[in-house]
Design a protein around this ligand. Structure first.
Ligand code: SF4
Ligand code: SF4
Length: 79
């Protein structure tokens, strides 16, 4: 696991770059509160509803909706 990339600091071009970069992925890092907003935000049903959530990378399309949905900044982009 490499450095954490914080979604809030990324500009649009960087977000698009990460979306298609297979070397980056989303993961729940930190103090998850179990609200599961991330699970509800995922249109691919790629997030298992456990605390902290587990992502099926075979299903994940890197849309980053789960990152936007997480109110605690736990769901993050990792490279
Ligand atoms: S939205 Fe964030 S805090 Fe809520 S379950 Fe998902 S990772 Fe945890
Ligand atoms: S990045 Fe998109 S597809 Fe992947 S787990 Fe998050 S919401 Fe689901």
């Amino acid at each position: 696991m490499g450095k954490q990339v914080f979604f809030g600091s990324l500009v649009r071009s960087e977000i698009d770059k990460y979306k298609y970069n297979k070397e980056v992925y989303v993961a729940a890092i930190g103090n998850c509160h179990g609200c599961f907003y991330c699970v509800n935000a995922c249109s691919e049903s790629a997030i298992e509803e456990v605390k902290p959530p587990v992502i099926d990378y075979g299903k994940c399309t890197r849309c980053m909706e789960c990152i936007k949905a997480c109110p605690k900044g736990v769901m993050q982009l990792i490279d």
